[in-house]
Design a protein around this ligand. Structure first.
Ligand code: ADP
Ligand code: MG
Length: 408
């Protein structure tokens, strides 16, 4: 969003048109994100390295005197106002984006943050939906911060908003995502990437500066459909692999890792410890999935070090390795995304390109040498269209702050 304050002001007028005159609404903004590296590690207790974007979701809301929840998305105006109630916080097949809104209100209530009146909510966002830049997390986190603001939930912290949002997506929407998307949307910092340990939720903001290089995001314009499908399968496969490793450690067939503790997630194992454990998996698919998680975690740690040291070549190499692993071991890429990253990685001015987000389409993230952006857009754009018939979209990567209240 180029100018959040301006857009918020415009949406305030829309709010009054949609919901009628009355008290001024509160306004909040939550960003989408791009993950630089550390993909599918966030539900395996591993490290991720995302940054929040300037693209995001604005949510405007005011309390009602009854218990109705009235929701309107200015992105899908044809749906009109969709109505629910605090007394009916359940998921229905017919839910649209309203599932995410109700889900967050429900998750907050479960945690003791009870909204005592209904509300009118208007949302609008410029994160492309279903493209791996996490419009769903931006929506959830914006609703979390909105209800905190409206109902003065002083004790609700930003990390807690992230956890409530994840709970909404997991338990209300049935999408078993990890914590990365919601956490970075709540906790992003301008000009920085966030190295997050998803096992402990400890984190460090690292300045996102690689001298002489820049990051470009490309939308393959292939839409993923992840809910309840391949994503949840991968999660189950990782859980089964972990389970077998833990059992072998418990019955003495396998040595404990250096930590001396049973691992709570696959990413607690180093690559060496994992290779020692591999024999107990007894299944090629489980081995491949677990191998991705363990080595991807190692790559995320090394990439964060490379970022701190300004080593753009190493960062790029790790991105390439990450993509190969997601394609071959985790099998969450798709033909178009492989074409897109292959084209990018074939350019001498590209340091590294990989898919980002859950997979099966969506966006790639590219580290390119400074001064080549125009050439990159032209060459990669043309070659991708020639090979796939699809027209890619390019986005700037301007690392922004996490969710915040917009005063107006
Ligand atoms: P991603 O998070 O990668 O963008 P998801 O499938 O997880 O993809 O989430 C996309 C869904 O989020 C959309 O189908 C829609 O239901 C919802 N959504 C997000 N932002 C908006 C918005 N501004 N208006 C309406 N729905 C939205
Ligand atoms: Mg999502």
């Amino acid at each position: 969003m180029e100018n959040v304050a301006e857009k918020a002001c415009e949406l305030k007028k829309t709010f009054f048109k949609v919901f009628g005159p009355g008290a001024a609404p509160e306004t909040v903004f939550a960003p989408g994100r791009v993950n630089l590296i550390g993909e599918h590690t966030d539900y395996n207790g591993g490290f991720v390295l995302p940054c929040a974007l300037s693209y995001g979701t604005l949510a405007l809301g005011r309390k009602r005197s009854d218990r109705k929840i009235r929701m309107y998305s200015h992105n899908v105006t044809h749906l009109g106002i969709l109505e629910s109630s605090l007394d009916d916080l359940k998921a229905y097949e017919s839910d649209h984006f309203t599932g995410y809104v109700k889900g967050v209100i429900w998750a907050a209530e479960e945690a003791g943050f009870v909204c005592d009146t209904g509300m009118d909510i208007l949302i609008w966002g410029d994160v492309p939906n279903g493209s791996g830049l996490s419009s769903s997390a931006a929506l959830e986190v914006s609703v979390g911060l909105l209800i905190k603001t409206l109902f003065s939930f002083e004790e609700m912290t930003q990390p807690q908003i992230a956890l409530l949002s994840q709970k909404a997506e997991n338990d209300f929407m049935g999408m078993q995502c990890g914590i990365m998307d919601q956490f970075i949307s709540a906790m992003g910092k301008e000009g920085h990437a966030l190295l997050l340990n998803t096992g402990t939720l400890t984190y460090e903001h690292i300045p996102l500066v690689l001298e002489g290089a820049e990051i470009v995001i490309i939308n393959s314009c292939v839409k993923h459909s992840l809910v309840g499908s391949a994503y949840n399968d991968r999660r189950n496969e990782c859980e089964t692999a972990l389970d077998r490793i833990r059992k072998a450690m418990q019955d003495g067939t396998l040595a404990f890792p250096a930590s001396g503790k049973l691992p709570e997630g696959l990413c607690e194992l180093t690559p060496d410890e994992f290779e020692d454990a591999a024999a107990v998996l007894k299944d090629e698919i489980l081995y491949a999935r677990a191998k991705h998680a363990v080595y991807e975690n190692d790559r995320a740690i090394r990439a964060a070090e490379a970022l701190s040291q300004g080593n753009k070549e190493l960062f790029g190499t790790l991105m390439k390795e990450s993509h190969a692993s997601l394609r071959d071991l985790y099998e969450v890429s798709c033909a178009e995304m492989d074409v897109l990253t292959d084209i990018a990685n074939s350019k001498e001015y590209v340091l590294g390109a990989r898919m980002t987000g859950g997979g099966f389409g969506g966006c790639s993230v590219n580290l390119i040498k400074e001064g080549y952006e125009e050439q990159f857009r032209k060459e990669v754009g043309e070659e991708y269209t020639a090979k796939t018939g699809k027209k890619p979209l390019f986005y700037a990567c301007v690392p922004g702050d996490g969710a915040r209240v917009i005063k107006q």
